[in-house]
Ligand binder design. Structure first.
Ligand code: AHR
Length: 504
C-alpha cells in the first residue's frame, strides 16, 4: 500500500531577499593523480577516441556536458609528495616515482602541460595546488614562475622550450592540502602550517599580487583540531590569503538512511562554523577584509570500503575509490549542492571530488566506453541552471527525527534567479524515503508565470545505479502534475527525490 502524502511544505520567493550571487567557481571539480582519474580516465593515448594529446574526447564531451568550471590539480594527498619538475618536459624523460599517498607508481606521462591543455579543452579554469608537505616556499615560487611568467628567465624559458610559448595564467592556488591530517606526508601543526602558508603566500604575491590563494582549513568537521586549526592558521595568514578550504565526504553507515539523507545538515553547519571562525579572527585583527570559503572537496564517498581494502602495492593507475552511485546517493549529492548554493555569499569556490573514475560522476573503461553516474545529473543541472543570484528560501513544512541530526525538515530547497531573463529555478530534495511531499511555492514577487520544466531524479528502486552493462538505467524524468496558477507553483515531490523546477 502506498503511504499517504506528507502534510504540505510552503516556500515564498522574493527577488528582494537574496543570499547573494552565485560564483561560477561553485561548480568546480578536482583531478588528482589517484587511481584512474588521470590515466585511463581523462588521458588514454591508445584509446580509439583519444585526440592527438592523448585525451579521451568521449570524456571531454561528458565533462563539458557536466559544466565544470574551476578544476583543482594535482591533488589531494598526492600533492604533498609532488615534484612539479617531474611533470614537465619531454614525456620519455620524465621519472617514475613512488606516490606515498596512494601507494601507487606515478609515471608522470600526464603533467602540468597536459593538464593546461585539458583545462583549455573543457573551458575550465585551472586551480593549482603547491606542495607544502615535503616542499616549501622555493618550489612553490619555481612552479609559479614556470607556469605563469611570460618569458626571459630560465624557468619561463624552460616552459617555452617545452613547447608552451604562452604562460598558463593560473590565478587560483591552494597552499598545500589537508595539512591538519596526520595521514598527510609532511603533516604540520596549525602554527607550523600557518607560518609556512603565510610565507609562501607572501612570496608568491611578490611575483604576482593578483593571485588568489587558498589556505588549508580542516580535513573535515570531525577533526579534533577543527575550528582551532582555522583560527590559528588565519591568525597568521589572514591578510595574505583569500580563502580557507573545507572538505567533507558523506556515506550511509549502519543502515541509517534517514541520517544519510540529512547529510547536508552537517555540511551547512560546517560552513556556518567556518564563516564564524573566519569572522571572529577578522574581528580580532580589526580587519575589513573578509575571508571566503573554498569547499574544494565534497561528495558522497564510501570511505569505509576504501579503508577496509588491502593497501596499494605500487601499481600504476590502480582501480581505487571507484564508488558506484545509487539514486539515493544522487539525492544526497543534490542536497549537498543545495547546501552550497544556500551559502553562495561565502562559499565562492567549490570542487566536486573528483571528476573521472575516482568517486566521480563520470566512469570509463580502459579501451572501452564512458558513462554518467547518477550523481552526474544533479551536478549538470545545478551548473547549468543554478546561476545568477540565490534567493533566500525559508521552508515551512514537515520534519522527521533522525538519529544523527535530530529533527530535520523533509524538504531541502534553494532557488536562483537569473536577473537578465527573470527565470527562476527551484532545486528541491524530498528526504522522505517513502512519502510524497506536496509543495507550494509563492512566486508572486518574482513575476514568473510559466512552468518550463520539472525534472525529477527518483526511482522505484532507490538502489538503482548506472553501470558498464546498464549505463542508462538511472536518468532524470519529467514530473507530472506540476502547475503554476495565480502566482503559486503547486507540485508533489516524489519520495526520495531530487527536483529541478524551472520557471519563466
Ligand atoms: O579526494 C580523495 C582524497 O580525500 C584527497 O586526496 C584528500 O585530500 C582527501 O582526504
Amino acid at each position: 500500500m502506498t503511504p499517504d502524502p506528507l502534510s504540505p511544505a510552503h516556500v515564498t520567493l522574493d527577488p528582494a531577499f537574496a543570499v547573494g550571487p552565485v560564483s561560477p567557481r561553485l561548480f568546480g571539480s578536482f583531478v588528482e593523480h589517484l587511481g584512474r582519474c588521470v590515466y585511463t580516465g581523462i588521458y588514454e593515448p591508445d584509446h580509439p577516441a583519444a585526440d592527438a594529446a592523448g585525451l579521451r574526447t568521449d570524456v571531454l564531451d561528458l565533462i563539458r556536458e557536466l559544466g565544470v568550471t574551476a578544476i583543482r590539480y594535482p591533488g589531494g594527498n598526492f600533492v604533498s609528495g609532488f615534484r612539479w619538475e617531474d611533470s614537465v618536459g619531454p614525456v620519455a624523460e620524465r621519472p617514475r616515482r613512488l606516490d606515498l599517498a596512494w601507494r601507487s607508481t606515478e609515471s608522470n606521462r600526464f603533467g602540468l602541460r597536459e593538464f593546461a591543455d585539458f583545462v583549455r579543452k573543457v573551458d575550465g579554469e585551472p586551480m593549482m595546488a603547491v606542495n607544502l608537505g615535503t616542499r616549501g616556499v622555493a618550489e612553490a615560487l619555481e612552479l609559479q614562475e614556470y607556469a605563469n611568467h611570460p618569458g626571459g628567465t630560465e624557468l619561463s624559458q624552460r616552459r617555452i622550450d617545452h613547447g608552451d610559448e604562452q604562460p598558463y595564467g593560473i590565478r587560483l592556488w591552494c597552499l598545500g592540502n589537508e595539512m591538519d591530517g596526520p595521514w598527510q606526508t609532511g603533516h604540520k601543526t596549525a602554527a607550523e602550517y600557518g607560518r609556512l602558508a603565510t610565507e609562501t603566500a607572501r612570496a608568491m604575491r611578490q611575483m604576482d599580487p593578483d593571485l588568489e590563494l587558498v589556505a588549508c582549513g580542516s580535513s573535515n568537521r570531525a577533526m579534533p583540531t577543527f575550528a582551532a586549526w582555522e583560527a590559528t592558521v588565519l591568525e597568521h595568514a589572514y591578510e595574505h590569503v583569500d580563502y580557507i578550504s573545507l572538505h567533507a565526504y558523506y556515506e550511509e553507515s549502519d543502515g541509517d538512511r534517514d541520517s544519510f539523507l540529512a547529510s547536508a545538515v552537517d555540511m551547512e553547519t560546517f560552513i556556518e562554523d567556518v564563516v564564524a571562525t573566519c569572522d571572529h579572527v577578522g574581528a580580532r585583527l580589526k580587519s575589513d577584509k573578509r575571508i571566503n570559503l573554498s569547499f574544494d572537496e565534497w561528495n558522497v564517498w564510501y570511505q569505509k570500503r576504501f579503508h577496509d581494502a588491502a593497501p596499494g602495492q605500487w601499481e600504476e593507475a590502480p582501480r581505487l575509490l571507484e564508488d558506484n552511485y545509487s539514486v539515493t546517493d544522487a539525492v544526497v549529492f543534490g542536497s549537498l549542492l543545495i547546501a552550497l548554493l544556500r551559502h553562495a555569499d561565502r562559499v565562492t569556490v567549490a570542487c566536486l571530488a573528483q571528476l573521472v573514475n575516482v568517486i566521480a560522476p563520470i566512469m570509463t573503461e580502459p579501451g572501452g566506453p564512458s558513462w554518467r553516474q547518477s550523481t552526474f545529473f544533479p551536478f549538470a543541472q545545478a551548473s547549468r541552471h543554478g546561476r545568477g543570484r540565490v534567493l533566500q528560501v525559508h521552508v515551512d513544512g514537515p520534519a522527521h527525527e533522525t538519529a544523527r541530526y535530530g529533527e530535520v525538515p523533509l524538504l531541502h530547497a534553494t532557488a536562483t534567479v537569473d536577473d537578465t531573463s527573470g527565470a527562476v529555478t527551484v532545486f528541491a530534495v524530498n528526504r522522505s524515503q517513502d512519502r510524497a511531499l506536496p509543495l507550494t511555492v509563492a512566486l508572486g514577487a518574482t513575476g514568473v508565470t510559466r512552468l518550463v520544466e520539472h525534472s525529477v531524479l527518483a526511482d522505484a528502486d532507490p538502489e538503482a545505479r548506472n553501470t558498464l552493462d546498464e549505463p542508462g538505467r538511472v536518468t532524470p524524468h519529467a514530473a507530472t502534475g506540476t502547475a503554476v496558477a495565480d502566482g503559486t507553483l503547486r507540485t508533489t515531490l516524489e519520495p526520495l527525490s531530487w527536483n529541478v523546477i524551472r520557471l519563466a
